[in-house]
Design a protein around this ligand. Structure first.
Ligand code: BEZ
Length: 213
């Protein structure tokens, strides 16, 4: 198994999930995708994470993004756990969870880091673009629950910078000023960024987020 890196094609797979058999590419269609792994069912941090993602359903939908979770336990275990998540997190899990008992998908996506744990997956996050290439990889240890507000923020940046010649500065949030890509000349910037831009240094130019009214 080769290491997956940014820009690589996301491997396709077919897997059993809580919502039946899924072909990953068919599931995503032409949307953005988030594939994220969990160490195990019936564990406290994972329970809060899946509840949190369920509550962000509208936020992922707004971003044209489908989510798919993975845990290495079986379907029956997942189904029982989903009931617990719904009850304890006051939500309804609204996305499929892969039952990766044979570690097929975990291996394909390098989600088992043997020096952290021999058999369980770490908390991996892959964001996949509509072209099926990998746009973002983040890895957290089992003991640290993810910040899904941060994931939504990064998706905003990925989607903005995929279509505009800008990049997003430190701690940027949707609606804030962005930086103009260094490859864009001032002459081109004047044409592209009709709201104007500030040149703080020749390499540091700020402009209002271009895709907003
Ligand atoms: C958890 O999800 O709570 C968890 C899973 C594995 C190790 C530590 C915590």
């Amino acid at each position: 198994m080769a290491t997956l890196r940014l820009g690589d094609k996301a491997p396709n797979f077919t897997a059993q999930t809580t919502e039946g058999e899924i072909n990953f590419y068919d599931y995503l269609g032409d949307r953005w995708g988030v594939l994220f792994s969990h160490p195990a069912d019936y564990t406290p941090v994972c329970t809060t994470e899946l509840g949190a993602v369920a509550k962000y359903k509208d936020e992922f939908a707004k971003r044209n993004t489908k989510v798919l979770a993975l845990s290495v336990d079986g379907i029956e275990s997942h189904k029982g756990w989903v009931n617990d998540i719904n009850e304890t997190q006051n939500t309804t899990v609204n996305f499929p969870i892969i039952a990766d008992e044979d570690r097929k998908v975990s291996s394909l996506y390098d989600m088992i880091h043997p020096n952290a744990d021999e058999t369980l997956t770490v908390r991996s996050v892959y964001v996949i673009g509509p072209d099926k290439s990998i746009k973002l990889i983040i890895t957290y240890p089992a003991s640290t629950g993810r910040n899904f507000e941060e994931l939504l923020r990064v998706i905003d940046s990925l989607q903005l910078t995929a279509y505009q010649k800008v990049a997003t500065p430190a701690n940027w949030k949707h609606g804030e000023e962005v930086v103009i890509s260094p490859a864009v000349s001032n002459e081109e910037a004047e044409k592209l960024f009709t709201k104007g831009f500030k040149e703080i240094r020749p390499y540091l130019r700020l402009t209002p987020q271009p895709n907003l009214d």
